[in-house]
Design a protein around this ligand. Structure first.
Ligand code: ADP
Ligand code: MG
Length: 254
């Protein structure tokens, strides 16, 4: 899927290469992430999914190749120049650790402080608004450690949404959750997507979540794009590597 040719993609990745610890982790990845759609990145453990995601907001710089956000090549940008771009991109990392020394409200307010907002009333109003979005209104003063795994994920999601990003990057948002909580968080992500018209990129190996949210699927294997298309095309793929991945998932009963 290439999206509407009149609307430039949110991300354009071209021939992205990265080497880590002497290993070629990304071997010339090219892809487009259309605006206002959800792109799911699938692939086995070690395929390079998390490393790819870290390039999308400039946390990692390409060894070669380019990552372009709304027409701006991130490669030459300084940390300072990256800041206004990062503000438009919320991130929910797998290890998306909340600060346990801070309340839920302080955690969600953190990116607002980071972005220079100092008006306490405006911060409180925004925290209330995003906590309401994720179904946690009124939980501001709780400590993260007092919450269940599913609620902590929702707080992380609220924190990623706090600065009003146009795009959200998710790394394995359902990892470590039981099937019911996984489904709840997936439904929530899907609802936010619809309500906020976000551009989303979700790394997952949870096929149920992929089928639920994906407009476009990218399958990574050994640092290369092995497939790019719709979830329906993926299901019909006869590529042995993809069949193996899909069948392993079916065997796991997901
Ligand atoms: N900081 C790092 N230093 C060395 N190797 C790394 C680093 N980060 C990731 N790797 C390696 O790169 C490969 C891809 O990692 P990753 O993107 O995390 O995979 P996944 O698809 O499971 O998210 C793995 O082999 C991993 O060990
Ligand atoms: Mg990963």
């Amino acid at each position: 899927m290439t999206g509407d040719p009149d609307i430039p993609p949110f991300f354009e990745v071209r021939e992205l290469r990265q080497t880590l610890g002497g290993q070629e982790v990304l071997r010339g990845v090219s892809l487009n992430v259309p605006r206002g759609k959800t792109t799911v990145i699938l692939g086995g453990s070690g395929a390079g999914k998390s490393v790819l995601l870290r390039h999308l907001n400039g946390l990692m710089k390409p060894l070669s190749g380019t990552v372009t956000v709304l027409g701006t090549d991130l490669g030459p940008l300084s940390e300072k120049a990256l800041r206004p771009i990062r503000r438009r991109i919320g991130v929910l990392f797998q290890e998306g650790a909340l600060f346990d020394s801070m309340s839920v409200g302080e955690n969600v307010a953190f990116p607002l402080w980071e972005h220079g907002l100092r008006d306490r009333a405006a911060i409180a109003a925004r925290v209330d608004e995003v906590l309401t979005h994720v179904g946690l209104q009124g939980h501001e003063s709780k400590r993260p450690e007092a919450l269940s795994g599913g609620m902590r994920k929702r707080v992380s999601l609220a924190r990623a949404l706090a600065s009003g990003p146009e795009c959200l990057l998710y790394d394995e948002p359902t990892a470590g959750l039981d099937p019911i909580l996984s489904e709840n968080i997936t439904r929530l992500i899907d609802r936010l997507q619809t309500e906020l018209h976000l551009t989303s990129v979700m790394v997952t190996h949870h096929l149920g979540a992929m089928r639920w949210v994906a407009d476009q699927v990218i399958f990574l294997k050994d640092g290369s794009v092995r497939f790019s298309g719709t979830p329906e095309d993926l299901a019909r793929s006869e590529d042995p590597a993809i069949r193996e991945f899909l069948n392993a998932d079916a065997m796991a009963g997901r």
